[in-house]
Write a protein that binds this ligand. Sequence first.
Ligand SMILES: [Zn+2]
Length: 331
Amino acid sequence: MIAKEMEKRENEVKQVELVKPGVVKIPYSINNEQFEIIIYQEKTWYVCEVKELKKGVWKTLKNKNEWWIAIKDIKNEKNFMDTISSILDYYVGTPRILIPEKAKQAYTLLYQEEINKEKERTKKNIRQSLQKKEPEVDLVSDDSIQKYISEYTPIEETYTPTDLEEISSEYLHKENDRIFKLRKEANTAIGELAKAFMKRFEWDQIEIYSAYRDKKRQETLYETFKDKGTVAKKYSSEHELWLTVDIRIKRISGRKINLEKDNVYKDRLRKHAHKYGFHNTYQKGIEIDKINKEWWHRRYLGKELATRLAENNLSLAEYYDKKHVLSKNKE
Ligand SMILES: [Zn+2]
């Protein structure tokens, strides 16, 4: 009995059909009487027609010119379901269990294409927002361009990257023509930053006066300046990552500029360096960044993370702390 009821119900549901785009036919039988309700979708309303099978011939009970149903939001599923359910209920009465199912079938048939498109859009939006929310960041591995390095999170003593290049951009000046090296990605980026800077300030060029420091030099510097809080211990300086430069501005005419007093240049760097992937790691003072402020210090982090930090006014140390890694390492 139950199986038979289920079978009957299946048949009832299956019979809803899309006659052509925008037109669905909902057949219905009750007490051996058979009906057909046809729904025509117009622009912002539906038109309905009801037919009854009498002695093998379909007779129109309600002409479609007589029955207009306006729906404010024609593609809103709930609106559609409510309206169609009330039509079915009004015309056919019990068993009501089939009414919402038939309405649902009709809705799906009418809007399948748009439902699929909407699903795709939603999936895409979720994917995009997930990507935006949490960019792939590796603050831990020595060879990650985002490695957070500090006294508590030093690199391995033996760490040397395999993608080193000599800094060689024609837009860059190098102090006393010294040879500096950076990791490939950072080298490309400093070239782009320098080019944009020179385009903006015709006669002024970025000059690099420090990049990689070997361990011995880092140690000597630390011993000399440790009281000032401007130099990191060895294995814990960003300069040992081959991703970092200290810069100032060189006037091509030869005159050196005291950049510290020149807010135009500093401002330019502060507002734009992240677009090229560079971050001013030491910008908030020793309490936060573990090193005193160094406006000249630029560390390559990649555009995504550098921009994220700039837009949220975070220094790398703050970002790292936010991720609760530091506290774990201190234990
Ligand atoms: Zn530096």
